[in-house]
Design a protein around this ligand. Structure first.
Ligand SMILES: C[S@@+](CC[C@H](N)C(=O)[O-])C[C@H]1O[C@@H](n2cnc3c(N)ncnc32)[C@H](O)[C@@H]1O
Length: 275
């Protein structure tokens, strides 16, 4: 059942948006002294080689992070994101791409904690290899949707819940809504971040409608960069739906989205939405 491997997609346009927003949210959390948790319900392997056969099957990173490698006019927010990637590599080399657990590890402070869920046995083993000596991290080879509620509320009563499912199975959409509903019932103050793909079949639209009913404090950041393929399919873009977003995030993203869309556009109609 678990066919999805993020190694095929690492560093694509969706990762750029997702990891840049995640980093900004954590940097905001860092402004307050009190420690917090980051719960990554769908963690993946943690680190990816862009030189691998997986990454080069479709070379999605070439239309993603690679378009930013040589830019010397990056806005400060994107410079921060690229600096984080550069810290994972030898100087001037970009062959390693950090997944969400690594973005989290490199952004949180020593008293903060991470809880990582990953179901795929191979990706879990790689994640474990990358994180087993990390005293701030705890790893679980279990269902991130079902397990989330047991961790809420976290002891520090501050947390970011990052939910990034593959959506290869249609049931992921209602599972996201159910998991957030249960999460909010136990821990209403949490910052909940849901990534979603923009596909031609439009499943994300129904999910967003349901998510909007869960809270009044929401922010949606979405970017469309690609046209459907010749069969009318494909991931046209992606978005992040956030409940209880940092109040600064909307303005921060307004500043960089025009630049990001221009750099990542694969057709003249590429666009973004912040709502
Ligand atoms: C999009 S990838 C995650 C990428 C990662 N968050 C990142 O940004 O680097 C989704 C991951 O979720 C895993 N997965 C799928 N269903 C899951 C579930 N119910 N619970 C936990 N992990 C799951 C998949 O094996 C895959 O590695």
């Amino acid at each position: 059942m678990l066919a999805y491997r993020h190694a095929f997609h690492a560093g694509n346009h969706a990762d750029v948006l997702k990891h840049c927003v995640l980093q900004q949210i954590l940097m905001y959390m860092n402004q307050k002294d009190k420690p917090y948790w980051v719960i990554d319900t769908h963690a993946g392997a943690g680190m990816y080689s862009l030189a691998s056969d997986y990454a080069n099957t479709k070379s999605e990173y070439l239309d993603g992070v690679a378009r930013l490698w040589d830019c010397d006019d990056l806005p400060p927010v994107l410079r921060e994101y690229m600096n984080l990637i550069q810290l994972c590599n030898n100087k001037g080399d970009w062959s390693l791409y950090p997944g969400s657990p690594e973005v989290i590890r490199r952004t949180i402070r020593t008293d903060d904690r991470m809880r990582l869920f990953e179901l795929h046995p191979t990706d879990f083993d790689i994640l474990q290899e990358n994180f087993e000596r990390d005293r701030q991290a705890k790893l679980f080879k279990s269902d991130g949707f079902a397990s989330l509620k047991a961790l809420l509320p976290p002891p520090t009563r501050r947390a970011v819940i990052f939910m990034d499912p593959p959506y290869e199975i249609k049931t992921d959409y209602p599972k996201v809504v159910d998991a957030l509903q249960e999460g909010l019932a136990r821990f209403a103050e949490g910052v909940y971040v849901v990534w979603y793909p923009i596909l031609t079949r439009g499943d994300h639209i129904r999910m967003l409608e349901s998510l909007r009913k869960l809270s009044e404090k929401t922010l949606n950041i979405a970017m469309t960069v690609q046209e459907p393929d010749e069969k009318g399919f494909g991931m046209l873009g992606s978005g992040l739906f956030i409940i209880n977003p940092p109040w600064t995030l909307k303005d921060t993203m307004q500043e960089i989205m025009p630049y990001l869309v221009e750099k990542l556009a694969q057709y003249p109609g590429a666009s973004y939405e912040i709502s």
